[in-house]
Design a protein around this ligand. Structure first.
Ligand code: SF4
Length: 265
């Protein structure tokens, strides 16, 4: 196994994080369920939008078994406004598995519904304190630019801090479009991409999102909102959106009506 050198850049990053890392609610816990909820919510949704949902969700469903006892429809309705409601369904599915069989071994987190490689690594790092670096799109960008030779590893016992710091660095400084190399980046000294003047060029590709306006995604969101407000909606109001919600298990069909998933079972 490769030794984990305590490089000056990683030490500077950790000092900066200790000083400036924002105090976020999911950073005050190592509870697996709370970490899972935060990580699923933070996928593709900004921190400021997640904050109220995270607090409300954990107040309502503080343990997996609390969510498992609710219907999928309740979970999807509580997700209104966060976007990508499949995530609510996946969390509900994960809660059911955990309630039934307990948490899987950390090496099998990926067996839980909706838990991919990134989220499994985030659970291992942020809940279990294992020395892994969860690589989301921000972290991958920092690695490509600042650590092109590979992640040198965090000092012993600092994996959690390093993971959180890399996320903050990627989001606030090492940004895709407007990197702030000379505007306070804590690891500017010795940065290979900045020194070579190729920061923008060293940006891992991400999939471009189709426009939201007028998309099926937007229409599904409107239908789910109407469902949350009224308890039922005519399928004919938007058939394509209604059928796709039913196909994804985010709503059920009762004759000509769309009703919340799992309602009345
Ligand atoms: S100096 Fe620029 S490219 Fe290097 S880590 Fe900082 S923001 Fe990223």
């Amino acid at each position: 196994m490769r030794a984990a050198p305590d490089t000056p850049a990683v030490r500077r990053l950790l000092r900066w994080f200790d000083r400036e890392g924002p105090d976020l609610p999911w950073r005050r816990t190592r509870d697996r369920w709370a970490v899972l909820v935060s990580e699923v919510m933070l996928q593709a949704t900004p921190v400021s939008r997640v904050l109220p949902y995270y607090a409300e969700w954990l107040t309502r469903w503080p343990r997996p078994r609390d969510l498992a006892a609710a219907s999928v429809g309740e979970a999807v309705a509580a997700w209104q406004g966060l976007g990508y409601p499949r995530r609510a369904r996946a969390l509900h599915g994960a809660a059911g598995v955990i309630t039934e069989s307990g948490w899987p071994h950390p090496s099998r987190y990926g067996d839980l519904p909706g838990v991919g490689v990134y989220t499994a690594d985030a659970l291992r790092c942020f809940a279990d304190g294992q020395p892994v670096l969860p690589e989301d799109v921000n972290v991958r960008r920092v690695l490509a630019r600042r650590f092109p030779g590979g992640w040198p590893g965090a000092p012993r016992g600092k994996a959690w801090h390093a993971g959180q710091a890399m996320m903050d660095l990627g989001r606030d400084f090492c940004r895709a479009r407007a990197p702030r190399c000379d505007d306070g980046c804590p690891v500017r000294t010795g940065c290979p991409a900045a020194d070579a003047g190729v920061v923008r060029e060293v940006t891992p590709r991400t999939r471009r999102q189709a426009p939201y306006e007028g998309s099926l995604r937007q229409r599904r969101g409107l239908l789910l909102r109407a469902l949350a407000d009224n308890g039922r909606v005519q399928v004919g109001r938007d058939r394509d959106a209604a059928y796709s919600l039913v196909a994804d298990g985010l709503a059920d069909r009762r004759g000509a009506m769309l009703v919340p998933a799992g309602s009345g079972r």
